[in-house]
Every structure is written in C-alpha cells, then in structure tokens.
Design a protein around this ligand. Structure first.
Ligand code: 5GP
Ligand code: MG
Length: 175
C-alpha cells in the first residue's frame, strides 16, 4: 500500500481492531458504571477509535473532542500545540481521554496538565495503540488496545501527512 512517497504493509486487521475496541469499552462499562464519565476524544487521529468505542459504551456518559497537534511527517517533535480546547466543563467529572496512539507520551502529558487545571474528579487514558519502548514520560495508560513496536503506523484514523486516515485496517511503514 502506498501513500505519497512511502510504502506500508498490513499490520492489524479491522476485525482485530474492533475486537480490542469492544474489549476496552467493556472494561470502561465495568469501571465507570455509575460515574457518568466524560470522554474526551483527541482529534484528528482518535475519531475512528472514539466512534467505535462509544458504540460499545452502554453506560450513561458524554463525549466531547479537543484538537492538538504534535507530528509533522513521521517523527514526533515532542512539542504540542492546542488547536481546539475543551468545550464541556471538566470540573468534578470523571474524564477518560481517548487517544489514537501514545508514542513519546508528550501529547498525553500536555493534555493531562491542561485538564488537571479544571479540577476533574479523575482522569484516565484509553489509547488504541501504545508504543511502550518509545515512552519518554511517566504517564500511566489505563486502557490499551494494542501494545506495538516503535514503528510508524497509518490507518484507522492515523495519517501520514494527512493521508490514510480513512483506511479500515492499520498498516506499518515498510523499511
Ligand atoms: P507523542 O506525543 O506520544 O509522541 O505522540 C502522540 C501523537 O503523535 C499521536 O496522537 C499521533 O497523532 C502521533 N503519532 C505517534 N506515533 C504515530 C504513528 O506511528 N503514526 C501516526 N500516524 N501518528 C503517530
Ligand atoms: Mg493524535
């Protein structure tokens, strides 16, 4: 599979993705039954994960989105800018951040800091993909779809310079 100037190979099928997304949703249903959690999806990458996860969430809850930016091309810059802030008040709420992928952890650390300022009752992270070997921060990720090696992925919301977000499966960069 080609995007712009790079070649990618299939890595996780849509079927396996949906299985794990459902499993994560069931864990959240169990842990947050009477807490009316506020899901905060991180745009753009987490839009598919958020949609499929929320379809499997059966407890009272709300969802909102924020937009941040950290990647240009295939390398993390380790700096994060805020593009759209949180619209729903987070004070006293049980927040579950929905991320597509935790790589260095800088993005999630920035988000945690930003959301902590609003005094939520609790904050936890749910990520579809987690690269434990790339982590440069001490953030705790509570819900993980898949642990993956430190390689560049596209598809299911993840892009390469804007391309590939629409793909149903996840692909990794061929080297
Ligand atoms: P971190 O701040 O943890 O290094 O990076 C997190 C953000 O970088 C993710 O939300 C995602 O947007 C982007 N990112 C990290 N790894 C990958 C990857 O393998 N593929 C793509 N497409 N984006 C990634
Ligand atoms: Mg992202």
């Amino acid at each position: 599979m080609h995007l712009i100037d790079k070649t990618f190979e299939p890595f996780i099928s849509e079927e396996k993705i949906l299985q794990q997304v459902k499993r994560v949703a069931q864990e959240i249903n169990h842990d947050y039954t009477h807490l009316n959690p506020l899901f905060v999806g991180v745009l753009n990458g987490a839009f598919m994960f958020a949609a499929d996860l929320l379809k499997n969430v059966t407890i009272p809850s709300e969802v909102t989105f924020i937009k941040v930016k950290s990647y240009e091309g295939i390398q993390s810059k380790g700096q994060v800018s805020n593009l759209i802030g949180l619209e729903t008040p987070a004070e006293g709420r049980h927040i579950v951040i929905l991320e597509d992928i935790v790589d260095s952890g800088h993005t999630i650390q920035h988000l945690l800091k930003m959301l902590q300022e609003q005094h939520p009752a609790s904050i936890h992270i749910a990520t579809l993909l987690f690269k434990p070997q790339s982590l440069q921060t001490d953030v705790q990720v509570k819900y993980v779809g898949f642990e993956i090696p430190p390689q560049f992925m596209v598809g299911y919301g993840l892009d390469y310079n804007g391309q590939g977000r629409n793909l149903r499966d996840i692909y990794r960069l061929k080297t």
